[in-house]
Design a protein around this ligand. Structure first.
Ligand code: PMP
Ligand code: GLU
Length: 396
């Protein structure tokens, strides 16, 4: 069958593949514990659901402008002003079908064939594939655990050449959980401005920070704001993964082309979910505080337990809801007669024998790690870690 070279070069999403496998095992009655897709276990707050029901009853069931309703885009501008100190007008905002879709639109808008995009590793699995979909070339910038998985302005500068068009910045990061300080962002911004490089700033975990402050790189200075495409959404903060609403804030000419692209690909995102998002952004933040407190407790417990297991270790993440577990000391060991040669081997054997789903970081640009998500109950976390501990004891 004829399939394009581009389509053939795209790998499936590991996070979603693990999650699908976990959900299928569960549906088959298998006692499996899942830490795959980063999806809050909390339900969407009631006031948001009520707004959606009201929207249906009021007939907000028609097409909206492709970039989203003016009401929602104005609510997003207010959020950006109040929380990030940033001034945007509603024509600079494009609402999409999840932040994933906003990212896809952004790369389509700024890349010509062969343009390079710098992606610091470990990275969220979808970034390189999105760049490839837009005919761009992902350039991986490795970071180390010793440097808390953060790249320096010098390393960024060294990775730039004539073809470099953009940098992907994800703070707090999926999968590392690390957060860049204002000083680090200022140094990165200086390099971006000097070399006229766009920064795709994925801020979807901005509300999930447990230590320190989070800053948007767009807030560093006006010149940086003119080079930044902010990506955000309601999936993580408001436990709204299934509603599929994300958004971007960008210089007006970029927002215009992103909207044009979207108008042909999907038209507007769901009108009811848009109305619910207005309520989410404008509503009380009490539920968010409750979820954040729970995430923090789970993180603390998980980090302590992992570091007490012989053969593995992890850093304490400052944000998001992921922990990267270093399994490099287990590579070369066996479980039964199966060799653990890679993070995939570890994750497959763990799922098969101990019925625990973790994400191998081969798809995240560093094969020495597997990713846990602590967006699941404390009970699951305890059970999962007990199983992993016993599994590792059996390796030889
Ligand atoms: N960016 C990052 C870093 C993520 O982890 C996710 C998770 N899905 C997304 C973007 C996309 O989120 P969504 O499409 O659900 O808004
Ligand atoms: N972003 C989440 C994760 O990394 C959800 C799954 C996905 O979209 O990749 O697990």
């Amino acid at each position: 069958m004829y399939i394009s070279e581009k389509a053939k070069s795209i790998s499936p999403s590991t996070t979603l593949a693990i999650d699908a496998k976990f959900k299928q095992m569960k549906a088959d009655g298998i006692d499996v514990v899942g830490f795959g897709a980063g999806e809050p276990d909390f339900d969407t707050p009631q006031y948001i659901k009520d707004a959606a029901i009201k929207a249906i009853n009021e007939g907000k069931t028609k097409y909206t402008p492709a970039a989203g309703t003016v009401e929602l885009r104005k609510a997003i501008c207010k959020k950006l002003k109040d929380e990030n100190g940033l001034d945007y007008t509603f024509d600079q905002i494009v609402v999409s079908n999840g932040a994933k879709h906003s990212l896809v639109n952004a790369f389509q808008a700024i890349l010509n064939p062969g343009d390079e995009v710098i992606i610091p590793a470990p990275f969220w699995v979808s970034y390189p594939e999105m760049v490839k979909l837009a005919d761009g070339v992902p350039v991986i910038l490795q970071t180390t655990e010793e440097d808390e998985f953060k790249f320096t302005a010098e390393a960024f500068k060294a990775a730039i050449n004539d073809k470099t068009r953009a940098l992907v910045l994800n703070s707090p990061s999926n999968p590392t959980g690390m957060v860049y300080t204002k000083e680090e962002l200022s140094a990165i911004a200086k390099v971006a401005i000097e070399n006229n490089i766009y920064v795709i700033s994925d801020e979807i975990y901005e509300h999930l920070v447990y230590e320190g402050e989070v800053t948007s790189i767009a807030a560093i200075c006006p010149e940086m704001k003119d080079l930044t495409i902010i990506i955000n959404g309601v999936s993580k903060t408001y436990a709204m993964t299934g509603w599929r609403i994300g958004y971007s804030a960008a210089p007006a000419p970029i927002a215009k082309v992103m909207s044009n692209i979207q108008s042909h690909a999907t038209s507007n995102p769901n009108s009811i979910a848009q109305a619910a998002t207005v309520a989410a952004l404008s509503g009380g933040q009490d539920e968010i505080a409750v979820m954040k407190k729970a995430f923090r407790e789970r993180r603390d417990y998980m980090v302590e337990r992992i570091n007490a297991i012989e053969g593995v270790s992890c850093l304490k993440p400052q944000g998001a809801f992921y922990v990267l577990m270093n399994i490099s000391a287990l590579k070369g060991r066996y479980i039964g007669d199966t060799l653990i040669g890679s993070s995939d081997d570890f994750a497959n054997a763990l799922l098969e024998r101990a019925k625990v789903a973790l994400v191998p970081c081969s798809g995240f640009g560093n094969d020495n790690f597997v990713r846990w998500s602590y967006a699941t109950s404390m009970e699951n976390i305890k059970e999962g870690i007990d199983r992993v501990e016993n599994f590792i004891k059996l390796t030889h």
